[in-house]
Design a binder for this molecule. Structure first.
Ligand code: FAD
Length: 414
């Protein structure tokens, strides 16, 4: 590649994290090429639930998870499964999750997550305005529903923790819930509404709009697979794609650890595979996102339809999707929202990129300040994309990021 065509930065991955980072770097005057083996919006960023879940500050790795997990694991199509063929492979990662559930580590992770959420929320609207996507933002809130007083009471310590971190919410009984979301099954007797939970009209359209904006502002998007990174004194070569730049950002979602490994870095990234079904827009009169926390899924109103999805399958990157999971969730949704029309749906599976302590890896690579990692956002990649982009741009323009990056260090597991 000629010297003139060499960009300042190559961002590997054209998902929501990579493209947001590319746009933030471009806004700081960097020339940027985005590299993706399939093109924009090919990964988890295309099919997610579209929520900016700013109130979701509690790590998944928590005593609550340890309480629910044994019951969930009994149901092969339930909220959490480990396919037998992947059980041995995932065991070390699950042990790390169990260790991250101690009260001290949960408290530290909550504080770190709150800082990244606050930054992401503050950055979001200016970012949407600057990229011409503000009209896609919806402020529908989220209603988490409970089937008994006991289930609701068990959730209260989590709500208390959110209150301590300044998050607004309102507990409701069935009659108040019906005003926020008519048509819920009477089995749900309690709920908690969080108004500060936003969503995007459609996650795939959003990523494609970011890609279009990036190109319109002079950015290049190349199709190709990065196989290996070779940092040296003057830049980084991306082998496999035949590209070179002064700096590289690794934002390859659930595949990022493979690239980190090529520069000698071991990051325990796994995937929490998630499933959904997108129904036609007239499937239900949905007014807010509804979270069925006890069953591990949500129902969301998007421009492209009503999306019923969630669940966690710890099955790695190779196993074929098991769409019986989408079907099982849809059947539950039909009984939880009587009147939901379930015909005409499209099924999807995506790879959440997840680290054992529920925090992403954002920071310089070990041994090279020419490589920045930005991956591992788990259930929150869309939510934290604008904040992550700001941090990446700060790191590559010599500014100090506004949040303490120690809890997000890619080297914290070493
Ligand atoms: C069912 C489900 C629901 C979800 N709901 C939400 C939600 O409501 N809100 C939220 O915030 N998050 C949600 N998430 C999580 C969110 O989707 C992810 O955290 C986020 O999309 C990760 O974005 P990313 O850009 O890191 O990865 P991806 O979107 O996966 O993008 C990575 C890209 O890298 C490319 N790539 C990989 N390896 C290479 C390589 N070697 N060379 C070149 N290209 C490569 C891939 O082709 C892909 O395009 C959900 C996830 C799932 C599965």
């Amino acid at each position: 590649m000629s010297e003139a065509a060499q960009p300042d930065v190559i961002v590997i991955g054209a998902g929501v994290v990579g493209l947001s980072s590319a746009l933030a770097l471009q806004a700081r005057g960097k020339t940027v090429t985005v590299l993706d083996r399939e093109g924009p919006a090919a990964g988890a960023s295309a099919g997610n639930a579209g929520a900016f879940a700013f109130t979701d500050i509690l790590p998944l790795a928590s005593p609550g998870l340890m309480r629910k997990a044994p019951r969930w694991l009994l149901d092969p199509l339930g909220p959490l499964t480990v396919p037998p063929s992947y059980a041995l492979r995932i065991a070390p990662w699950m042990l790390r999750v169990a260790r991250a559930c101690s009260p001290a580590r949960v408290e530290a992770a909550t504080t770190a997550q709150t800082a990244l959420m606050d930054l992401s929320k503050a950055e979001l609207e200016p970012f949407l305005a600057a990229t011409g996507t503000l009209s896609m933002l919806r402020r529908d809130g989220n209603l988490e529903v409970y089937e008994s007083d006991a289930e609701w009471r068990a959730s209260l310590s989590g709500w208390d923790a959110r209150e301590r971190h300044g998050i607004a919410f309102r507990h409701m009984r069935a009659d108040e819930m019906a005003e926020v979301q008519p048509g819920l099954s009477p089995r749900f007797v309690r709920g908690t509404f969080t108004p500060g939970w936003f969503s995007i009209a459609d996650p795939k359209d959003y990523v494609l709009a970011l890609a279009e904006r990036f190109r319109a502002d002079g950015g290049r998007i190349e199709r190709g697979e990065a196989l290996r990174l070779r940092p040296d004194a003057s830049g980084v070569t991306v082998e496999g794609a035949g590209l070179r730049a002064t700096e590289v950002v690794v934002a390859a979602g659930a595949f990022s650890h493979r690239l980190a490994a090529t520069i000698g870095e071991r990051v325990p990234l796994e995937t929490e595979r998630g499933y959904n079904t997108t129904l036609p827009a007239n499937a239900f009169d949905l007014r807010t996102q509804v979270t069925f926390g006890g069953h591990g899924f949500v129902v969301t109103r998007l421009a492209s339809g009503i999306r019923v999805g969630g669940a966690v399958e710890l099955g790695g990157l190779q196993l074929k999707p098991n769409f019986k999971r989408s079907t099982a969730m849809l059947a539950k949704a039909e009984s939880f929202l009587p009147g939901l029309r379930t015909e005409g749906g499209r099924q999807w599976m995506g790879f959440r990129p997840s680290l054992p302590d529920s925090l992403p890896a954002i920071g310089f690579a070990r041994g090279s300040r020419r490589v920045v990692h930005a991956f591992g956002h788990g259930h929150l990649g869309l939510t934290q994309s604008a904040g992550t982009a700001r941090i990446v741009a700060d790191l590559l323009t010599g500014r100090t990021p506004p949040v303490d990056l120690a809890p997000f260090s890619p080297q914290r597991f070493a």
